[in-house]
Design a protein around this ligand. Structure first.
Ligand code: F3S
Length: 638
């Protein structure tokens, strides 16, 4: 029987396990990437393993999140990242060079390669045929140490694209449509593999928009074939030698198929505060807009921004509407500049920001109170923009630019003729010299640690009997932003666990931290899809620092589950969801950890004698990791 693309990549990288959906597999990882907000911790963890050099073919450390150097913390982190990269053989991308996923796509991603990154939008590289997955920083550190990356063998869903995009519909509308169809829980345990005639009509930057935001489906990853479009892209980037064809066999099989007719799509938006609350742009006609933001790792390519400028050209923003544009890389910015497109952009009244994540991670650009902000980003969780009561809508660059100019939602039927599809300019400037490649001789390299780089904490193994209390009860769809908010002040503390832990659940319950500090340990009780959102391991590390020993939920998001395991927190699922209502904050619970078995059911007892059944989907290894007090204890610190 033939293989699909996912199976082809997995089978050529399989170290342990069988390719049967759900069973644990260990994969050889070719490439890793980190960004600064998760990277400092990942490199501290790598250092703790005592390995002389990274063992991957390529590892890159990007600085794109905390680029506002207000005070010593962020520059100290960047200095540590630069020097630790030089010491251990990692390529370093300085602040302002660009957003990790855009840069990786342009410069390093390869068809058929495996890539894990300590950022949940690592699947962006699936746009040119990499098997690219978001992971916790510790998993990335282990991959850099040469260890296989363990995941449950995913189911592979085919997304069959037919037809061709028309009018104002874009690649963003394809993924928004899929999110509306399948919801933010629809991809758990799955890889979305794109195929069909419609695929041929999409360029690599368009494909990368789709694989990027596939992360919002909760998917393991998404990927496209490597074909003529891929070859064209790699050639344009001066990397023709990295091309190899990678397509599914004609008789490949899939666990499921979703068909999307591109010709039927229209401009869409995701409404506040979830990426799957998708409706048509025209259905919101009349809603006033106070801000638009174009950029982020989803929509900051040359074609996205040139299209934006062509829409803005010879127009001016209405008073009171703020439009921010962040190019995905200096290469994108240089291409725009060399074609004389910066002038028209500035003349429209738009603001040109640095080539970084910027407003996407709350580094400036917050909307006005109760403002409506139309953003080309991938997430619109409540408060992520930095303004708690702002309403963030997710849309394509075309839609964001049009609505900013109008100052309100309008019907795309009134927008006139859309700009033609943009590919690449004849000459593409290189920015390769801006990356800092590790020196041949690292003996003279000294790792510099400023006061913001705090040594790793050691955690003890789990006791045989856990006696604890529910210290916080939360509802469904709790995101990692709820657990640990983003924003300049907080993300600057990513290398300082005691300090950042002060913000755990700070926007959900301001007394949570003090309750934890006044007790030996604690349990968090959650609803469906607990921990969805980013890969930030601090959302597990912070609670662990405060003494959280278990989360008991109705269901759990993939990367957060992995992070909980890595830091020795038990991820337990209620066997009977109705038991959620029987427990409240302050409920006492005990559990014999010796009664836990991989994939088994255990019984917890409340202080008033109620029996609560909890399940786990842990493998033998994962359970051993948790009982040892986390992955670093399990693999052994040096
Ligand atoms: Fe950065 Fe936002 Fe992407 S924080 S990596 S641009 S999701």
């Amino acid at each position: 029987m033939g293989l699909n693309i996912t199976e082809k990549i997995i089978s050529s990288h399989l170290i342990t396990g069988k390719m049967e959906p759900g069973s644990e597999i260990g994969l050889k990882i070719d490439q890793t990437l980190t960004q600064d907000a998760t990277g400092t911790m990942a490199y501290l963890q790598f250092e703790a393993m005592g390995i002389a050099k990274v063992q991957t073919e390529l590892s890159v450390s990007y600085v794109d999140h905390n680029t506002l150097q207000m005070g010593f913390r962020n520059p100290d982190d960047h200095q540590y990242l630069r020097t630790v990269a030089a010491k251990y053989g990692v390529v370093f991308s300085p602040a302002g060079t660009g957003i990790c996923h855009q840069l990786h796509l342009e410069n390093f991603a390869k068809p058929g390669a495996t890539l894990i990154g300590s950022d949940s939008h690592t699947p962006t590289a699936g746009g040119l045929g990499s098997l690219a997955m978001g992971a916790g920083g510790l998993s990335v550190a282990l991959a850099m140490a040469g260890q296989p990356y363990s995941i449950p063998m995913p189911k592979v869903v085919k997304v069959e694209l037919t037809g061709k995009l028309t009018g104002w519909a874009t690649a963003k509308d394809i993924i928004l449509h899929l999110l509306g169809l399948l919801t933010v829980k629809g991809g758990v345990g799955k890889v979305f593999e794109f195929g069909g005639k419609g695929v041929e009509t999409l360029t690599v930057p368009e494909r990368a928009v789709i694989t990027n935001m596939g992360a919002e489906l909760g998917a393991t990853t998404s990927l496209f074939p490597s074909d003529k479009q891929t070859e064209k892209f790699l050639k344009a980037m001066g990397r023709e030698e990295d091309f190899s064809e990678l397509i599914a066999d004609a008789d490949a099989t899939y666990s499921d198929t979703v068909v999307i007719n591109l010709s039927e799509l229209e401009p869409l938006v995701a409404q506040p505060h979830m990426p799957d609350r998708v409706v048509s742009v025209k259905s919101l006609a009349g809603l006033k807009v106070s801000q638009s933001a174009i950029g982020s790792c989803t929509n900051s390519s040359y074609s996205d921004l040139k299209t934006t400028v062509l829409i803005l050209k010879d127009n001016q923003l209405p008073q009171g509407v703020d439009l921010m544009i962040s190019p995905g890389s200096k290469q994108v910015l240089k291409m725009l500049a060399s074609e004389g497109l910066i002038g028209p952009l500035l003349d429209s009244g738009a603001r040109l920001l640095e080539c970084t994540c910027g407003p996407c991670i709350g580094m400036g650009g917050s909307p006005v109170s109760a403002g409506v902000s139309v953003r080309t980003f991938n997430r619109n969780f409540e408060g992520r923009s930095g303004t708690q009561d702002a309403k963030v809508y997710l849309a394509s660059p075309q839609t964001a630019a049009k609505l900013a100019l109008a100052g309100e939602f309008t019907d795309p039927a009134t927008w006139g003729t859309p700009p033609e599809k943009i590919e690449f300019p004849a000459e593409i400037p290189s920015i390769r010299h801006l990356f800092i490649f590790p020196p041949e001789n690292d003996e003279k390299v000294e790792i510099v640690r400023g006061p913001n780089i705090i040594p790793l904490e050691s955690f003890s193994a789990l006791p045989e009997i856990i006696t604890s209390e529910v210290r916080l009860k939360v509802g469904d769809d709790i995101t990692t932003d709820h657990i640990l908010p983003a924003g300049a002040q907080i993300t600057a503390l990513r290398s300082n666990i005691p300090a950042i832990s002060e913000y755990i659940f700070s926007r959900v319950d301001e007394n949570f931290v003090s309750r934890m500090k006044n007790s030996d340990n604690g349990i968090i009780l959650g609803g469906e899809n607990y921990g969805q959102g980013s890969s930030r391991e601090h959302a597990a590390l912070g609670p662990r620092h405060l003494g959280v020993v278990a989360v008991i939920v109705k269901s759990l998001a993939r990367i957060h589950r992995a992070n909980l395991i890595n830091f020795g927190i038990l991820p337990l699922v209620l066997s009977n969801k109705s038991d959620y209502d029987k427990l409240s904050e302050g409920s006492g619970l005990s559990l014999e950890t010796t009664s836990l078995t991989p994939g088994g059911v255990a019984e917890m007892t409340t202080t008033d004698g109620l029996k609560i059944k909890v399940e786990n989907d842990l493998s033998e290894k994962e359970l051993a990791i948790i009982l040892a007090g986390g992955l670093l204890n399990y693999v052994g610190r040096k």
